[in-house]
Design a protein around this ligand. Structure first.
Ligand SMILES: [Zn+2]
Ligand SMILES: [Zn+2]
Length: 348
């Protein structure tokens, strides 16, 4: 028998979230049942629920920054036990057979990884996310949250953390490298903390200097306003790596001009509109423009262990479930420092 749990769901693209109930499947041999304690609010939740990225089925429960405790395990589960502190991020399954899954890059599954919400699960049902009391997930897609991390500050690491950690690692951020982070939001504030902890020299490029004090406190060495044209002249050719977290259209050529020879600009922000680029922003300095999507399960575990070792969590504002609609409006207005996290005990 499926279990009925309370959740906050979007009834339609243009309606506020409402308290409702959803069913979670029985725990299969390889599943774990997680009692969700905290669920982070990611900008993607809003885009998906409002149909900005294509049609979805309603009612829809979003949330892919899940931190909780294991309350039941299937007969053949070996990776987790009842009582374990665990997390679930943006994916809950993949095909496990393609070259990318075999290589441990299940986030790039050639048959499409299964998203934590609004995706068709391997059994044909639609996945429902973390704004709920419980979730049932196959054990391989559940990660361990180290004791040194509180669950509320750990929740946003499952999307914002891994989304920035993976490209920083892939493109070699570390001592002797200069990294710029564009945007000081949920993703940006984690990119600053992580790049600093990896030993890179970190510069924040933000629209204004409003969050400068925060940026420097989180580990940035330098902070510049992109509204000031002098920023682009002063920093020309400086960076080995730029992580762009902004999900709006920016002047890509201006940012590419800030890269050193062989530098890479990686977009993790996902604007719906195309980003035009002059090829001559790339050719004369062998620059690259790239994208990156979350990280593998193994890398997500590595990121959590790294965060525990360096005492890094997200900067969060914990809210009750009845504040979610208001929180969404504030996320859209960039009025959060730096991640809302729902205390899911308030769903009871
Ligand atoms: Zn997200
Ligand atoms: Zn695959």
């Amino acid at each position: 028998m499926p279990t009925t749990v309370t959740a906050y769901a979007a009834p339609a693209a243009d309606q506020p979230l409402v308290r409702t109930t959803i069913e979670r499947r029985d725990v299969g041999p390889h599943d774990v049942r997680i009692e969700i304690r905290y669920a982070g609010i990611c900008h993607s939740d809003i885009h998906t629920a409002r149909g900005d990225w294509g049609p979805v089925a309603y009612p829809l429960v979003v949330g892919h920054e899940i931190a909780g405790v294991v309350v039941e395990v299937g007969a053949e589960v070996t990776r987790h036990a009842v009582g374990d502190r665990v997390g679930v991020g943006c994916m809950v399954n993949s095909c496990r057979e393609c070259a990318q899954c075999q290589a441990g890059n299940e986030q790039y599954c050639l048959n499409g990884m299964t998203g934590t919400y609004a995706a068709v699960d391997r059994d044909g049902s639609t996945t429902q996310g973390g704004y709920s009391q419980q979730v049932v997930v196959v054990e391989d897609f559940v990660v361990r949250i180290p004791d040194a991390l509180e669950l509320d500050v750990a929740a946003p690491l499952l999307c914002a953390g891994i989304t920035t950690y993976s490209p920083l690692r892939h493109w070699g951020a570390g001592p002797g490298t200069k990294v710029a982070v564009v945007g000081m939001g949920g993703l940006g504030h984690m990119a600053v903390k992580l790049a600093h902890a990896m030993g890179a020299e970190v510069t924040v490029l933000s629209q204004s200097l409003k969050k400068q004090e925060d940026g420097l406190r989180l580990g940035a060495d330098h902070y510049h306003a992109t509204s000031d044209p002098d920023t682009f002249t002063a920093l020309r050719g400086s960076f080995d790596l730029i992580i762009n977290t902004v999900s709006a259209v920016v002047d890509l050529d201006a940012y590419l001009s800030l890269l050193a020879v062989d530098g890479t600009l990686v977009n993790v922000g996902a604007p719906a509109e195309p980003l035009p680029v002059q090829v001559f922003s790339l050719i004369p300095a062998r620059r690259s423009f790239a994208g990156s999507s979350i990280g593998s399960i193994a890398e997500t575990q590595e990121m959590l262990d790294f965060c525990a070792e360096h005492g890094l969590g997200a900067d969060v504002e914990v809210i009750g479930a009845d504040q979610v609609n208001e929180a969404w409006e504030r996320v859209l207005a960039s009025d959060v420092r730096y991640r809302f996290v729902i205390d899911t005990s308030t769903l009871a």
